[in-house]
Structures are given as structure tokens and as C-alpha cells.
Design a protein around this ligand. Structure first.
Ligand code: NAD
Length: 713
């Protein structure tokens, strides 16, 4: 067998050690399923074998779950029947395990997630490693699925529906002590004694049987509408889930249905119900979107998939950060946390010190919460050096520039840094709007000039947009990615263009919201429609956060630079000018589309009704939600057409992590594929007829739709 080693002990207990040779952790693959089947039949048939212990050969983990790559590839083919059969086969195996006539115990030597825990639940006895890292759980909901190996049926039958639902619906694993308390496992033991203790249980319990296979079994706490917990579990549960997901994520509702319907009937029927819901989710788009973008492609990006391979890894030991404002201060913190010396330069010592104070506040909080020890905190702070003199930058291998968003100021600091740094230093600008190719002219080696665009607040935002200018070399890209990787951030790589990728797409969201306001759509409806689509914040609220003033500056700069009309953002100019004239510049100024009363929650400014009178007939929220999702997706397609985006995964990851595009869509390009390219083009045509050319589809995209050429091959 490829995945299992089977040993027969002298006492007649067979020990099956699961160990996938080509993986660092065990995952539930079709081969493992096949091998398990062979083991069970051998144990059942051999009179010399008294029972079975299942364990894993991997240190610290039992089975980490299903194979996501395998799952993703299932989507989009006409294979519902095959998926259903596979789920049924998997369940038949678990059922055979618990009814094979011999006692089966699971020695869970480390984390057991998803299919791993489901396999354990199909054993008669579970003993778990007494190690806080040995967490157990059913996280399938996080990838848009439900536990399809009997998890929605065995867990509620074991610990009762009220205790099982949070584990199934939140997908968060629990530590061993909690698992024991809940009754998910029978005992805890030190790792070294697990197999022995499981074997002893097998010998002591020759007649072992699952509780649900005992005649007269009842689910603890009751099932169905008449159970005492039914209103809370199912009625309130459904409305909680609907509110949290806006019904954009089908998995939680499917889980509730599985548990409700499946626990009313015998286990075998319940498992069939589960298999049907599982198949629907696995062959549907949302699970594919979540798995592909948020797990597989993000995982690749974290491993620096886009890094040119011809250069040795080179993480800078010492970096210069120009500008100790909001961004510079955050970047210095992240660099110091990664063990890198950070020279934090500003125009006055006081400003530079203020930048360092940001890190002081962060580590104090972390120490107070017990997330950092005092020694680590002091070492981190000692790596941040507030300075004003450029000579202090000597020896830095990388400069990150985060001064004011002005070409002149940026040119000045770039030239001053060039005067003291060695030829081979890499220069990275954190500009959010100014094209990299132009800024690079102030640096002696344009091949070693790049954009590294962080998001605010830097210490919390996981994404970094790396921007290649026209002259940026592969070496510069490799070094920039090494730096981003060292900070443990997720990089995407894009080519130079006004607003790059994230700011450009984000701009269309904000502008669409303002266009709606000007059309006379109720502000609250605009904000709610955006949240209904799955955006974390409405366009008016987010415009206030980043400030309306910033929109005004970007629009002015675009005009001054003589940018193409489509980058001038005239759609929102009327609203922006009106708000600026009213002195309502956004949250930082204390007033914008919202009022910010001291000590109370913000609320939409009632004066908006006078400035932008609501029209008599208001559209459906779905119509507005579609505009919000489509305009951002269409702008992304334009970025692909223009070569700003070279890999679809960069757009999908960037749109979710950088601008909050809803994760159920899989990102802006996956959203197009979720609708289907022809349907997307048809929706754009419809919206263009109503709202004008910003929704117009290019001949390139139309041809792609006609040729049936998706973004992901
Ligand atoms: P900020 O105003 O908070 O900080 C800028 C800092 O640069 C100030 O401390 C200022 O004193 C300093 N500075 C100005 N001129 C200088 C000079 N000649 N030499 C040295 N220091 C100088 O601005 P911020 O929000 O930190 O933005 C900085 C850069 O990052 C801008 O290019 C901005 O577009 C970009 N950015 C901002 C955000 C954001 O959300 N704020 C996000 C991404 C990128």
C-alpha cells in the first residue's frame, strides 16, 4: 500500500499508520481511501486480528483534511453523478469501518481537520494527543463546503446539535482539552503513549459499537422542530447565517439543512442527505472560488510564485524608510518585526521619533495582551532608528520611500538617498498613484527601481502590490519579493499604469457609489446594496475613510498629468467638488458623507438629501449590487487587456485582500467566470445602455467571450 503501513502486534491488534510519502502532512486522497478499504477488509477477514488502531506517521498531525487541488478540479465539469458517487464511496468506507465487526480506535497524534476528524469520528474510540497544537475541527465551511464524510451526521449524534452547530458553521478547530470536554474524543494521552492506550482499549472492548448503531439510540438533546433547542438552533440559526453571509455563501445554510434533515432519520439516510448537499456545493462556483483564490493561489503567492528564479534569495539586513508618517511608521514596524534594521528618516527628529512611537504603542499592546514577551519587544524597538541625516542610510540595501504624494518631494528624497547609497541598492516607492516609470528617473539605476505598495494599516493589511516600471529588472523584482516575503505579506505583481491595479479598481467602486448618489439614489440604499453584494463597507463610508479630499487630489493630479480621459474620474467629480466646497472632506476632517458625533456611532449626513435630492422611484438593491460588482470586474478585465495584470490570480487575490471585493466571488476575474463570460458581457451591455460607456465592453473582451476563452486555463 502506498499510503498506509500495517503492522500486526503480538497481542493481535493491527496498527495502521497513515503516511503519504510525497506530502509533509497527510491529506485524504483517493489513494488513501482505497488503501483504507484494503486495511478494513483485511482486519475484518483475519480471525487472528482482534481489532484496529489508526494513527499517522507524521509528527504533529493526523490528517489535515481533503486535497483542495483535487477538489478544485472537480468544478465546472458535467460530473455531478461522479462526485456524488465519490462522496458515497467515502461514506461507505467510514460506515464499513464502524460496522466491520472488530473494535477500531483512533490514536490522533496531532491536528485532525476535515476528513481527518471525520475518519476519527467513524472509529469507536478516540484518544487525542495531550498537546495544545493537536487541534481538531471541521473547517470545510471556510472553503465553501460542508464535511462530506459523515461529519454533519456523526458529530451532532455524538455531542448534540447545539454543541455541534458552532463547530460546523464557524469551522474553527478546538484544542484537546475542549475536545475532551465536548465529548468529541474519549481521552487525552501523551503522544508517546497514544497507540498503546488505543490498543489497550481495543483489547478491552471486543464488542465495540457506535452509539447510533445501538437499538433505541436518540440524538442527545433531541432533533427536529420539537426539540427544546430547535428555535435557537434552526430558526435563529438560519437568520444569523443569512445576515452574516447575505446569502452569498451557500455552505452554512446547507450545513443547517443537513443537520436538521439528517438527524430526523437513521444515520445511513442522513449520510445520503449529506452527500447530496456536499455534491451541490463542490460542483458549485463559490467553493471553487474560495478554494482556488483564498487557499491555492494565495498559498502560491505567499511562496513567492512570481519571483524570477535566476537570483539567489536576498533579504536586506538594513533598510531605509523615507517618511515616518502613517505608512512609513507601519513599514518600519513590519521590517523590525522581521528582524531587519530600519533607518526611519523624516524632515525633523521629532517627526522621525513620532514614527517610531507607533511601534512603541503596538508592542506595548502586544506585551499587555501576552502576545509578545518583553525581550522580543525591546529587540524589535532597538531595530528602529529615527534619523534625519541621509548619511545614516549608508549600508542600506533597500530604500522604501513613503513621503508625501508629490512628484517634487519624491524626486528630492530619491536624489538625496542616491548620493549616500551604493550603486546596487534597490529603491522602492510606496506611492499609491504616481507611475513608477516616471519616478524612476530620479534614481541612478532605473533597473533597480520598483513600486512596493503597502496598504493601511500596514501592520494589519496582508497584501502588498509590487509594481514593475518599464525599466524594472527581474533582479529588482526578485529582491522586492524577498523583502515582502520576509515581512510575511502576500504579494501580487502588476505592471505600471495610473493607479496600478488595486487603486484603479477601487476608484471605480467609489465612483460608482458617488454616481448613484448624484442620480438620486438614497444613500442608505447605496451602502446596503454594497454590503449585500459582500463589500465590507459601502462606497460612501469608504470614501470618507480614505477622505474625499484624496479623491479631489487624485482627480486634480490626473488632469494636470494630462492622463487619458478614462483615468480622470470625471464620474465622481461633481459630488467630490460639492462635498469639498461644503468643507466635508471625510472622516479625518470630522464630516463627510457621514456625521461623526463625539461618543456616538457615525450616521449618514441628513443634509445629503438636500444636496442630492432622492428621486421618487428607487431601484432594487440587487440592481445596485450588480453595478458595484460588474464595474470593478470590468475594470479588471481592462487591466488584463492592457497587460497591467499578467496572471489572473494576482487580480483575484489583490481585489479580495486589497479592496475587499467579496471572497465568495473568488475575486474580480473569478466573478466574471462565475457568471460566465458571455453572461457577463450581456450584463455589461445592459448596464451600458442604461448608464453609459463606462460599462462598455471592448472588442477584445467581446471576442474572448465569443471564443469561450476563460481567464483561467
Ligand atoms: P503621511 O502624510 O502620513 O506621511 C508622510 C511623511 O513624509 C510625513 O511624516 C512627512 O513629514 C514626511 N516627509 C515629507 N516630506 C519629506 C521629505 N522631504 N523628507 C523626509 N520626509 C518627508 O502620508 P502617508 O499616508 O504615510 O503616505 C505616504 C506615501 O504612501 C504617499 O505616497 C501615499 O500616497 C502612499 N500610500 C498611502 C496610503 C494610505 O492609506 N495613507 C496607502 C498606500 C500608499
Amino acid at each position: 500500500m502506498q499510503t498506509i503501513r500495517l503492522d500486526l502486534r503480538q497481542d493481535g491488534v493491527a496498527v495502521a499508520t497513515i503516511d503519504l510519502s510525497d506530502r509533509s502532512m497527510n491529506v485524504y486522497t483517493p489513494t488513501l481511501q482505497e488503501d483504507l478499504g484494503k486495511v478494513i477488509e483485511q482486519v475484518a477477514a483475519d480471525p487472528a486480528i482482534k481489532g484496529l488502531v489508526l494513527t499517522s506517521g507524521k509528527r504533529g498531525s493526523f490528517i489535515a483534511g481533503g486535497d483542495l487541488l483535487d477538489f478544485v478540479n472537480v468544478h465546472g465539469r458535467d460530473n455531478t453523478e461522479q462526485v456524488l458517487q465519490r462522496a458515497q464511496g467515502w461514506n461507505a468506507l467510514h460506515r464499513r469501518l464502524e460496522t466491520c465487526g472488530k473494535p477500531v480506535a483512533c490514536a490522533i497524534n496531532g491536528l485532525a481537520l476535515g476528513g481527518g476528524l471525520e475518519l476519527a469520528l467513524a472509529c469507536h474510540y478516540r484518544v487525542l494527543a495531550d498537546d495544545p497544537k493537536a487541534v481538531v475541527g471541521l473547517p470545510e465551511v471556510k472553503v465553501g463546503l460542508l464535511p462530506g464524510g459523515g461529519g454533519t451526521q456523526r458529530l451532532p449524534r455524538l455531542i448534540g446539535i447545539p454543541a455541534a452547530l458552532p463547530l460546523l458553521l464557524d469551522g474553527n478547530p478546538v484544542a484537546p482539552v475542549k475536545a475532551l470536554q465536548l465529548g468529541i474524543v474519549h481521552a487525552l494521552a501523551p503522544v508517546a503513549e497514544l497507540v498503546e492506550s488505543a490498543a489497550r482499549w481495543v483489547l478491552d472492548n471486543p464488542e465495540a459499537c457506535q452509539p447510533w448503531d445501538v437499538k433505541g439510540f436518540k440524538v442527545p438533546g433531541g432533533t427536529g422542530c420539537l426539540a427544546p433547542h430547535a428555535v435557537e438552533s434552526f430558526q435563529a440559526g438560519t437568520s444569523r447565517v443569512s445576515q452574516a453571509t447575505q446569502r452569498n455563501y451557500p455552505a452554512p445554510i446547507a450545513i443547517l439543512s443537513c443537520v436538521f434533515e439528517g438527524t430526523l432519520v437513521p444515520l445511513d439516510t442522513g449520510i445520503n442527505i449529506e452527500a447530496k448537499y456536499f455534491t451541490k456545493l463542490l460542483t458549485g462556483p463559490v467553493a471553487r472560488n474560495l478554494m482556488r483564490t483564498m487557499f491555492l493561489n494565495k498559498g502560491e503567492a505567499d511562496k513567492l510564485a512570481r519571483r524570477p528564479q535566476d537570483f539567489a534569495r536576498r533579504v536586506p539586513q538594513k533598510v531605509a524608510i523615507l517618511g515616518a508618517g502613517m505608512m512609513g511608521a507601519g513599514i518600519a514596524y513590519c521590517a523590525a518585526a522581521a528582524g531587519i534594521e530600519a533607518m526611519l528618516l523624516d524632515t525633523s527628529q521629532e517627526q522621525a521619533e513620532r514614527g517610531k512611537a507607533y511601534s512603541v504603542a503596538l508592542v506595548e499592546k502586544a506585551v499587555a495582551r501576552g502576545n509578545m514577551n518583553e525581550e522580543t519587544a525591546q529587540a524589535l524597538l532597538a531595530r528602529i532608528h529615527p534619523v534625519t541625516d541621509y548619511s545614516a542610510l549608508a549600508g542600506c540595501e533597500l530604500v522604501v520611500e513613503a513621503v508625501f504624494e508629490s512628484r517634487e518631494v519624491k524626486r528630492g528624497v530619491t536624489q538625496q538617498a542616491a548620493a549616500v547609497l551604493a550603486e546596487g541598492a534597490l529603491f522602492a516607492s510606496n506611492t499609491s498613484t504616481l507611475p513608477i516609470t516616471g519616478l524612476a528617473q530620479a534614481w541612478p539605476r532605473q533597473d533597480l527601481f520598483i513600486g512596493i505598495h503597502f496598504f493601511s494599516p500596514v501592520d494589519r493589511m496582508p497584501l502588498v502590490e509590487v509594481i514593475r516600471g518599464q525599466a524594472t529588472s527581474d533582479e529588482a523584482l526578485a529582491r522586492a519579493l524577498d523583502f515582502v516575503g520576509a515581512l510575511r505579506k502576500t504579494p501580487i505583481v502588476v505592471n505600471d499604469s495610473p493607479g496600478f491595479f488595486t487603486s484603479r479598481v477601487f476608484g471605480t467602486f467609489v465612483d460608482e457609489g458617488m454616481a448613484m448618489l448624484e442620480e438620486g439614489i438614497e444613500p442608505a440604499l447605496i451602502e446596503n446594496a454594497a454590503r449585500m453584494a459582500g463589500m465590507p463597507t459601502g462606497p460612501l463610508a469608504i470614501a470618507d475613510e480614505v477622505t474625499i479630499e484624496l479623491q479631489a487630489n487624485v482627480q486634480r493630479q490626473a488632469k494636470e498629468d494630462g492622463l487619458d480621459e478614462r483615468f480622470q474620474r470625471q464620474l465622481s467629480a461633481g459630488v467630490v467638488d460639492r462635498m469639498m466646497a461644503l468643507g466635508r472632506i471625510g472622516r479625518r476632517g470630522g464630516a463627510g458623507f457621514y456625521d461623526y458625533p463625539a461618543g456616538a456611532r457615525k450616521r449618514l449626513w441628513p443634509g445629503l438629501a438636500e444636496q442630492f435630492p432622492p428621486r421618487a422611484e428607487q431601484p432594487e438593491a440587487e440592481e445596485l449590487a450588480s453595478r458595484i460588482l460588474v464595474i470593478q470586474a470590468l475594470e479588471t478585465a481592462r487591466c488584463v487587456e492592457e497587460g497591467v495584470i499578467e496572471h489572473p490570480a494576482d487580480a483575484d487575490i489583490g481585489s479580495i485582500l486589497g479592496i475587499g471585493y467579496p471572497s465568495w466571488t473568488g475575486g474580480t476575474l473569478s466573478y466574471i467566470e462565475t457568471l460566465g463570460l458571455p453572461a457577463f458581457v450581456a450584463e455589461c451591455d445592459r448596464l451600458a445602455a442604461l448608464h453609459g460607456k463606462r460599462f462598455a465592453v471592448s472588442p477584445w473582451l467581446r471576442a474572448r467571450a465569443e471564443a469561450g476563452e476563460p481567464f483561467y486555463q
